[in-house]
Ligand binder design. Structure first.
Ligand code: SAM
Length: 339
Protein backbone atom coordinates (compact mmCIF):
# COMPACT_ATOMS: atom_id res chain seq x y z
CA UNK A 1 0.00 0.00 0.00
CA UNK A 2 1.09 3.58 -0.56
CA UNK A 3 2.36 5.65 2.34
CA UNK A 4 0.63 8.98 1.79
CA UNK A 5 1.16 12.12 3.86
CA UNK A 6 -1.59 14.58 4.86
CA UNK A 7 -0.90 16.68 1.75
CA UNK A 8 -1.36 13.77 -0.64
CA UNK A 9 2.32 13.14 -1.34
CA UNK A 10 3.25 9.46 -1.64
CA UNK A 11 6.50 8.48 0.06
CA UNK A 12 8.78 6.71 -2.44
CA UNK A 13 12.27 7.48 -1.19
CA UNK A 14 13.99 6.54 2.07
CA UNK A 15 17.35 8.12 2.97
CA UNK A 16 19.26 5.92 5.38
CA UNK A 17 22.12 7.41 7.38
CA UNK A 18 24.32 4.41 8.10
CA UNK A 19 26.67 6.29 10.44
CA UNK A 20 27.02 9.74 11.96
CA UNK A 21 30.83 9.47 11.68
CA UNK A 22 32.77 11.20 8.96
CA UNK A 23 36.38 11.35 7.82
CA UNK A 24 35.93 14.99 6.65
CA UNK A 25 34.99 18.08 8.66
CA UNK A 26 33.34 20.25 6.01
CA UNK A 27 32.92 23.73 7.45
CA UNK A 28 29.31 24.02 6.28
CA UNK A 29 28.38 20.76 8.00
CA UNK A 30 30.58 19.96 11.02
CA UNK A 31 32.68 21.77 13.62
CA UNK A 32 36.49 21.42 13.43
CA UNK A 33 36.69 19.60 16.74
CA UNK A 34 34.39 18.21 19.34
CA UNK A 35 31.92 16.16 17.29
CA UNK A 36 30.60 13.58 19.72
CA UNK A 37 29.89 10.35 17.87
CA UNK A 38 27.00 8.14 18.80
CA UNK A 39 28.08 5.16 20.88
CA UNK A 40 28.14 2.10 18.62
CA UNK A 41 25.38 0.46 20.61
CA UNK A 42 23.06 3.33 19.66
CA UNK A 43 23.66 3.00 15.93
CA UNK A 44 21.36 0.59 14.14
CA UNK A 45 22.80 -2.75 13.14
CA UNK A 46 22.60 -3.90 9.52
CA UNK A 47 19.81 -6.28 10.54
CA UNK A 48 17.86 -3.37 12.03
CA UNK A 49 18.35 -1.20 8.93
CA UNK A 50 17.28 -4.13 6.78
CA UNK A 51 14.17 -4.76 8.83
CA UNK A 52 13.04 -1.14 8.62
CA UNK A 53 13.92 -0.92 4.93
CA UNK A 54 11.91 -4.08 4.32
CA UNK A 55 8.83 -2.49 5.86
CA UNK A 56 9.26 0.59 3.68
CA UNK A 57 9.89 -1.35 0.47
CA UNK A 58 7.70 -4.41 0.83
CA UNK A 59 4.78 -2.86 2.74
CA UNK A 60 4.83 0.72 1.49
CA UNK A 61 6.26 0.27 -2.01
CA UNK A 62 9.15 2.65 -1.41
CA UNK A 63 11.32 2.09 -4.46
CA UNK A 64 14.41 4.18 -3.73
CA UNK A 65 16.88 3.73 -0.88
CA UNK A 66 19.83 6.13 -0.59
CA UNK A 67 22.65 5.46 1.84
CA UNK A 68 24.24 8.49 3.40
CA UNK A 69 25.73 9.72 6.66
CA UNK A 70 28.07 11.01 8.11
CA UNK A 71 30.24 9.31 5.56
CA UNK A 72 28.64 5.99 4.63
CA UNK A 73 31.88 4.40 3.43
CA UNK A 74 33.43 4.63 6.91
CA UNK A 75 30.88 2.12 8.13
CA UNK A 76 32.67 -1.24 8.10
CA UNK A 77 31.38 -3.92 5.74
CA UNK A 78 29.00 -1.54 3.93
CA UNK A 79 28.65 -3.93 0.95
CA UNK A 80 27.05 -6.44 3.33
CA UNK A 81 24.26 -3.95 4.02
CA UNK A 82 23.88 -3.17 0.31
CA UNK A 83 23.62 -6.87 -0.39
CA UNK A 84 20.84 -7.22 2.18
CA UNK A 85 18.95 -4.24 0.73
CA UNK A 86 19.36 -5.62 -2.78
CA UNK A 87 17.37 -8.70 -1.72
CA UNK A 88 14.28 -6.58 -1.01
CA UNK A 89 11.53 -6.55 -3.62
CA UNK A 90 9.00 -3.85 -4.41
CA UNK A 91 5.62 -5.68 -4.52
CA UNK A 92 4.57 -7.03 -7.92
CA UNK A 93 1.24 -5.26 -7.48
CA UNK A 94 2.90 -1.84 -7.13
CA UNK A 95 2.45 0.86 -9.77
CA UNK A 96 6.16 1.63 -9.33
CA UNK A 97 8.49 1.07 -12.30
CA UNK A 98 10.38 -1.15 -9.83
CA UNK A 99 7.41 -3.48 -9.24
CA UNK A 100 8.72 -7.00 -8.68
CA UNK A 101 12.30 -5.73 -8.65
CA UNK A 102 14.78 -4.55 -6.09
CA UNK A 103 14.53 -0.86 -5.19
CA UNK A 104 16.92 1.66 -6.74
CA UNK A 105 19.96 1.67 -4.42
CA UNK A 106 22.18 4.73 -4.30
CA UNK A 107 24.78 6.35 -2.10
CA UNK A 108 25.97 9.86 -1.29
CA UNK A 109 29.66 9.84 -0.40
CA UNK A 110 32.59 12.22 -0.17
CA UNK A 111 34.41 9.76 -2.42
CA UNK A 112 37.75 9.86 -0.58
CA UNK A 113 37.90 6.11 0.00
CA UNK A 114 35.46 5.10 -2.70
CA UNK A 115 38.08 3.27 -4.74
CA UNK A 116 38.44 0.76 -1.90
CA UNK A 117 34.79 -0.29 -2.05
CA UNK A 118 33.55 0.67 -5.51
CA UNK A 119 33.61 -2.81 -7.05
CA UNK A 120 32.27 -4.54 -3.96
CA UNK A 121 29.39 -2.08 -3.74
CA UNK A 122 28.62 -2.53 -7.41
CA UNK A 123 28.66 -6.31 -7.07
CA UNK A 124 26.42 -6.10 -4.00
CA UNK A 125 23.77 -4.29 -6.04
CA UNK A 126 24.40 -0.57 -5.60
CA UNK A 127 23.04 1.28 -8.64
CA UNK A 128 24.07 4.91 -8.42
CA UNK A 129 26.66 7.15 -6.78
CA UNK A 130 26.67 10.84 -5.88
CA UNK A 131 30.06 12.22 -4.85
CA UNK A 132 30.46 15.55 -3.07
CA UNK A 133 33.04 17.97 -4.50
CA UNK A 134 32.83 21.70 -3.81
CA UNK A 135 36.11 22.93 -5.24
CA UNK A 136 38.83 21.91 -7.68
CA UNK A 137 41.48 23.90 -5.84
CA UNK A 138 43.54 21.78 -3.41
CA UNK A 139 44.18 24.60 -0.93
CA UNK A 140 40.56 25.60 -0.87
CA UNK A 141 39.56 21.96 -0.56
CA UNK A 142 41.67 21.77 2.59
CA UNK A 143 40.00 24.90 3.94
CA UNK A 144 36.49 23.70 3.15
CA UNK A 145 36.78 20.08 4.28
CA UNK A 146 39.68 20.48 6.74
CA UNK A 147 41.28 17.53 4.96
CA UNK A 148 43.97 17.54 2.26
CA UNK A 149 42.24 14.95 0.11
CA UNK A 150 41.17 16.54 -3.18
CA UNK A 151 43.32 14.06 -5.12
CA UNK A 152 41.60 11.13 -3.42
CA UNK A 153 38.13 12.47 -4.14
CA UNK A 154 39.04 12.95 -7.82
CA UNK A 155 40.32 9.40 -7.81
CA UNK A 156 37.09 8.25 -6.15
CA UNK A 157 35.11 9.79 -9.02
CA UNK A 158 37.24 7.87 -11.52
CA UNK A 159 36.86 4.69 -9.45
CA UNK A 160 33.07 5.06 -9.50
CA UNK A 161 33.11 5.36 -13.28
CA UNK A 162 35.53 2.46 -13.68
CA UNK A 163 33.31 0.25 -11.50
CA UNK A 164 30.50 0.89 -13.96
CA UNK A 165 28.28 3.28 -12.04
CA UNK A 166 26.30 5.44 -14.43
CA UNK A 167 25.45 8.14 -14.06
CA UNK A 168 27.96 9.40 -11.49
CA UNK A 169 26.74 12.72 -10.11
CA UNK A 170 28.70 15.36 -8.25
CA UNK A 171 27.17 17.43 -5.44
CA UNK A 172 28.67 20.88 -4.96
CA UNK A 173 27.47 23.16 -2.16
CA UNK A 174 27.94 26.79 -3.19
CA UNK A 175 28.73 29.44 -0.58
CA UNK A 176 29.13 33.11 -1.42
CA UNK A 177 32.66 34.34 -0.97
CA UNK A 178 33.92 30.77 -0.45
CA UNK A 179 33.60 28.89 -3.74
CA UNK A 180 31.10 30.80 -5.90
CA UNK A 181 33.95 31.87 -8.18
CA UNK A 182 34.29 28.19 -9.20
CA UNK A 183 30.78 27.61 -10.53
CA UNK A 184 31.91 27.71 -14.16
CA UNK A 185 35.05 25.63 -13.43
CA UNK A 186 32.97 22.95 -11.73
CA UNK A 187 30.49 22.99 -14.62
CA UNK A 188 33.40 22.59 -17.03
CA UNK A 189 34.73 19.70 -14.95
CA UNK A 190 31.35 17.99 -15.25
CA UNK A 191 31.30 18.47 -19.02
CA UNK A 192 34.86 17.23 -19.45
CA UNK A 193 34.50 14.21 -17.17
CA UNK A 194 31.02 13.16 -18.27
CA UNK A 195 29.48 13.57 -14.82
CA UNK A 196 26.44 15.65 -13.90
CA UNK A 197 27.28 18.42 -11.46
CA UNK A 198 24.44 19.34 -9.14
CA UNK A 199 24.94 22.65 -7.38
CA UNK A 200 23.29 22.78 -3.95
CA UNK A 201 22.14 25.98 -2.29
CA UNK A 202 23.75 26.35 1.13
CA UNK A 203 21.22 25.32 3.79
CA UNK A 204 20.93 26.22 7.50
CA UNK A 205 22.20 22.81 8.62
CA UNK A 206 25.80 23.68 9.49
CA UNK A 207 26.89 22.57 12.96
CA UNK A 208 28.40 25.96 13.81
CA UNK A 209 25.15 27.84 13.32
CA UNK A 210 26.91 30.29 11.01
CA UNK A 211 24.44 30.08 8.13
CA UNK A 212 23.22 33.40 6.83
CA UNK A 213 21.01 34.18 3.87
CA UNK A 214 23.71 36.39 2.37
CA UNK A 215 25.93 33.30 1.96
CA UNK A 216 23.34 31.52 -0.18
CA UNK A 217 24.06 31.70 -3.90
CA UNK A 218 20.68 31.31 -5.55
CA UNK A 219 19.74 28.96 -8.33
CA UNK A 220 19.16 31.97 -10.61
CA UNK A 221 22.70 33.24 -9.97
CA UNK A 222 24.21 29.79 -10.51
CA UNK A 223 22.37 29.25 -13.79
CA UNK A 224 23.24 32.76 -15.00
CA UNK A 225 26.92 32.14 -14.33
CA UNK A 226 26.97 28.82 -16.16
CA UNK A 227 24.86 29.88 -19.12
CA UNK A 228 27.05 32.93 -19.75
CA UNK A 229 29.83 30.46 -20.58
CA UNK A 230 27.91 27.40 -21.73
CA UNK A 231 24.37 28.10 -23.06
CA UNK A 232 21.71 25.99 -21.37
CA UNK A 233 18.19 24.75 -21.99
CA UNK A 234 15.90 23.86 -19.08
CA UNK A 235 14.81 20.23 -19.10
CA UNK A 236 11.18 19.28 -18.33
CA UNK A 237 9.99 19.42 -14.69
CA UNK A 238 11.85 17.24 -12.23
CA UNK A 239 8.91 15.44 -10.55
CA UNK A 240 9.98 14.36 -7.09
CA UNK A 241 13.73 14.64 -7.76
CA UNK A 242 15.30 17.56 -5.88
CA UNK A 243 17.34 19.01 -8.75
CA UNK A 244 16.13 21.25 -11.56
CA UNK A 245 18.15 20.20 -14.61
CA UNK A 246 19.46 21.88 -17.73
CA UNK A 247 21.13 20.50 -20.80
CA UNK A 248 24.09 22.14 -22.47
CA UNK A 249 23.03 23.34 -25.89
CA UNK A 250 26.25 21.99 -27.42
CA UNK A 251 25.21 18.48 -26.31
CA UNK A 252 27.90 18.04 -23.66
CA UNK A 253 25.70 16.66 -20.90
CA UNK A 254 23.50 18.15 -18.21
CA UNK A 255 23.80 20.18 -15.02
CA UNK A 256 21.45 20.45 -12.04
CA UNK A 257 20.70 22.84 -9.20
CA UNK A 258 19.01 21.94 -5.91
CA UNK A 259 17.31 25.19 -4.90
CA UNK A 260 16.15 24.25 -1.39
CA UNK A 261 16.35 27.81 -0.09
CA UNK A 262 15.25 30.09 -2.93
CA UNK A 263 12.81 27.77 -4.74
CA UNK A 264 11.68 25.12 -2.29
CA UNK A 265 10.31 22.00 -3.95
CA UNK A 266 8.49 20.63 -0.89
CA UNK A 267 5.24 20.22 -2.82
CA UNK A 268 6.82 17.32 -4.71
CA UNK A 269 8.80 15.85 -1.80
CA UNK A 270 8.51 12.08 -1.58
CA UNK A 271 11.27 11.53 1.01
CA UNK A 272 11.63 10.48 4.60
CA UNK A 273 14.91 9.96 6.47
CA UNK A 274 16.18 7.43 8.93
CA UNK A 275 19.05 8.62 11.12
CA UNK A 276 21.91 6.34 12.14
CA UNK A 277 20.33 5.86 15.56
CA UNK A 278 17.00 4.88 14.07
CA UNK A 279 15.00 8.10 14.31
CA UNK A 280 12.56 8.71 11.49
CA UNK A 281 12.39 12.29 10.18
CA UNK A 282 9.91 13.49 7.61
CA UNK A 283 11.93 16.56 6.54
CA UNK A 284 15.59 17.65 6.66
CA UNK A 285 14.38 20.57 8.75
CA UNK A 286 11.96 18.63 10.96
CA UNK A 287 12.08 19.43 14.65
CA UNK A 288 10.43 16.15 15.60
CA UNK A 289 11.72 12.58 15.27
CA UNK A 290 10.15 9.18 15.79
CA UNK A 291 12.29 6.66 17.63
CA UNK A 292 12.02 3.39 15.72
CA UNK A 293 15.10 1.87 17.36
CA UNK A 294 13.38 1.85 20.75
CA UNK A 295 10.48 -0.03 19.22
CA UNK A 296 12.71 -2.56 17.43
CA UNK A 297 14.72 -3.23 20.56
CA UNK A 298 11.60 -3.53 22.73
CA UNK A 299 10.41 -6.36 20.48
CA UNK A 300 7.69 -4.52 18.54
CA UNK A 301 6.27 -6.48 15.63
CA UNK A 302 6.19 -5.14 12.05
CA UNK A 303 2.58 -3.94 12.38
CA UNK A 304 3.47 -1.81 15.38
CA UNK A 305 6.55 -0.37 13.69
CA UNK A 306 4.52 0.32 10.57
CA UNK A 307 1.88 2.11 12.63
CA UNK A 308 4.60 4.37 14.04
CA UNK A 309 5.92 5.04 10.53
CA UNK A 310 2.40 6.05 9.47
CA UNK A 311 2.08 8.28 12.54
CA UNK A 312 5.35 9.98 11.62
CA UNK A 313 4.36 10.46 7.98
CA UNK A 314 1.09 11.93 9.26
CA UNK A 315 3.13 14.82 10.67
CA UNK A 316 5.01 15.65 7.44
CA UNK A 317 4.84 19.39 6.85
CA UNK A 318 3.51 20.98 3.70
CA UNK A 319 6.91 22.63 3.43
CA UNK A 320 10.00 23.67 5.31
CA UNK A 321 10.02 27.05 7.01
CA UNK A 322 13.47 28.38 6.04
CA UNK A 323 11.97 31.46 4.44
CA UNK A 324 9.65 32.30 7.32
CA UNK A 325 10.34 34.34 10.43
CA UNK A 326 9.33 31.46 12.70
CA UNK A 327 11.93 29.07 11.20
CA UNK A 328 13.57 26.96 13.91
CA UNK A 329 16.91 25.39 13.00
CA UNK A 330 16.97 21.66 13.67
CA UNK A 331 19.19 20.81 16.64
CA UNK A 332 21.07 18.31 14.49
CA UNK A 333 23.49 19.24 11.73
CA UNK A 334 23.41 17.70 8.26
CA UNK A 335 25.95 15.02 9.23
CA UNK A 336 23.79 13.91 12.15
CA UNK A 337 20.61 13.80 10.09
CA UNK A 338 21.96 12.25 6.92
CA UNK A 339 22.04 14.56 3.92
N1 SAM B 1 29.59 12.31 3.60
C1 SAM B 1 28.75 12.18 2.46
C2 SAM B 1 29.06 13.28 1.45
O1 SAM B 1 29.97 14.07 1.69
O2 SAM B 1 28.40 13.31 0.42
C3 SAM B 1 27.27 12.08 2.74
C4 SAM B 1 26.72 12.96 3.81
S1 SAM B 1 26.72 14.68 3.44
C5 SAM B 1 25.94 15.32 4.88
C6 SAM B 1 25.49 14.77 2.18
C7 SAM B 1 25.43 16.03 1.37
O3 SAM B 1 24.99 17.09 2.18
C8 SAM B 1 26.76 16.44 0.78
O4 SAM B 1 26.62 16.62 -0.61
C9 SAM B 1 27.03 17.75 1.46
O5 SAM B 1 27.74 18.63 0.63
C10 SAM B 1 25.65 18.26 1.76
N2 SAM B 1 25.58 19.25 2.83
C11 SAM B 1 26.09 19.17 4.07
N3 SAM B 1 25.84 20.30 4.78
C12 SAM B 1 25.15 21.11 3.95
C13 SAM B 1 24.58 22.42 4.09
N4 SAM B 1 24.69 23.12 5.22
N5 SAM B 1 23.92 22.94 3.03
C14 SAM B 1 23.81 22.23 1.88
N6 SAM B 1 24.29 21.00 1.69
C15 SAM B 1 24.97 20.44 2.71
Amino acid sequence: MDLVDPFGRTIRDLRISVTDRCNFRCTYCMPAEGMVWLPRSEVLTFEEFERLARIFVERYEVDGLRLTGGEPTVRAHLPVLVDKLAQLRVPESSKSPYAGKKPDLSITTNGATFRLVAHELKDAGLDRVNISLDTLNAERFLEMTRRDELHRVLDGIEAAKEAGFAPVKINAVVQRGINDDEIVDLARFGRDHDVEIRFIEFMPLDADGGWGRSQVVSQDEIVAAISAEFPLELLPARGAAPADRWRYLDGKGTVGVIPTVTKPFCGDCDRVRLTAEGDLRTCLFATREFDLRAMLRAGADDDAVAAEIERAVGTKWAGHQINQVNFIRPKKSMSQIGG
